[in-house]
Design a binder for this molecule. Sequence first.
Ligand code: GLY
Length: 589
Amino acid sequence: MIAIISVVLGIKKHSMRIRPLYIFILFLLFVSCKSSQRSAEGIVSINPYSYTGEKRTVSENGAVVSAHTLASEVGVSILKKGGNAFDAAIATQFALAVVYPGAGNLGGGGFLVGRNAEGKLISIDYREKAPGLAHRDMYIDKDGKADTDKSQNGHLSSGVPGTVAGLFETMQYAKLPLKDLISPAIELAEKGFAISKNEAASLNGLQFALKKQNTVMPVFVKNIPWKAGDTLVQKDLANTLKRILEKGAAGFYEGETARLIVEEMKRGHGIISLDDLKNYKAKQRAPHIFNYKGYTIIGMSMPSSGGVLLHQMMKMVEDRNIASMGFHSTAAVQLMTEAERRAYADRAEYMGDADFYKVPVDMLTNDVYLQQRMKNYDPAKATPSSEVGPGVLVAAESEETTHLSVIDKDGNAVAVTTTLNNGYGSRTVVGGAGFFMNDEMDDFSIKPGVPNLYGAVGGEANAIQPGKRMLSSMTPTIVLKDNKPFLVVGTPGGTTIPTQVFQTLVNIIDFNLSTTDAVYKPKFHHQWLPDLFYFEKGFPESAVTALQKMGYTTRLRGAIGRTEVIKVLPDGKFEAVADNRGEDAAAGW
Ligand code: GLY
């Protein structure tokens, strides 16, 4: 090696006298070259102390797109190792639990929508559950007022976590041993990784809440401000991951980790018990499937409202030739807004955990019903939400959630959205176990008509009951064309999730936008109540002014969602696009 480099540098020309110096310099170069290769040859495939991500990749063998460069790279390294999209999705989630503590998680829950190489359509529900001691009025104070501080912060806001059970339920579709899938996360937690400027800012902004909500100060609390490039080491989390490696799901739901969770609950007046943890089960459910203009859309069924809302919104616009109206035209935006408003009114009234409440899915997605819902749609003016209300059925997320999309060359495709609810969930880290607990209890309707964190209201369908799953908006989605994967899509964003997936699909299918434009162009959102049309910076002013004249109350807001899309191109290659609203990254090979 040294001889080769010497030749390249022309060292042979130099005298014997200076040769030892050159050889010493070359030796140093060789050593430093070896040490920078260590991260490339180790479990974590890129250097976690110095890395940059790609926003768009085009690849032949597979792709992963997620909220964090290191997590996307972990996913691709698993594909390279011979794992399929399910293996990569599991490894990416474990990695996100370490490198993206605001939403990647062990202490939260999520949903997976998948399609395996044999064409089997899969959905896995690992949504959190209300603890056994939960009850309908647990957040109502003595004056009858809803206490949203308790449902959104601290120990009492947590549901029983589902993520670890979900990952083990996913293992039956994976090929590689757990050790391969979890080891990169263990290494990242144990040896640490460099945080970005935004991550440092977000941890600095959280210091007050962390000190308030924790009984044992976690590694995220620091006396001097975090800054870009600081190494975040999470030893307790590494040990929790090692217990999962050693004992499987029982390494989380039983034994030491369960004991640490319950002790944390006791110290902070939370109610999750050892039995709640031991009895938690992820559930395979039938995905919610519908057809849109010849494409098969595969979404999540209850307890996520995502699949049904997407179905309702897409069907309400399907027959109205939206493509001819033009992308971002006032006509198209208004039509989509009115569809969004009507679907969300139904969400508030009819949707909840179908294991506890009979959700009339067939009626809500019936074509005649949806046409009826649009009967008072007027292309010239806003239909006030007070005039919309939920349909009459006739007999017959700071919005911190995270999404990842994965695909492989064999036809496996996986869309996963997971959440802690608020950014960093309840802000409570389990003492000695190193992970944030969710504040998902706020996704229940804690009192009829009282808006949750996202302004969404609900009633009986989504009331708290022990063991019930709270209604979600997460919308992991796979679109098939000619029965083969075409798009793998999803986003975080609380109640804005279904409207962002809706707009991304219409942008690609109807407006024929490039994948980057479909994701990056400004989005909008209407959720019935509050009766507001939200839009992002850069949204055409002409459309906003026209909508105001039609009677809409409009409101500029911050970034909506962080949509991650993989599209299968006509030549069979995979185009992965990471949203530019965050530090999300695409990786492929
Ligand atoms: N926590 C956000 C959701 O599940 O919709």
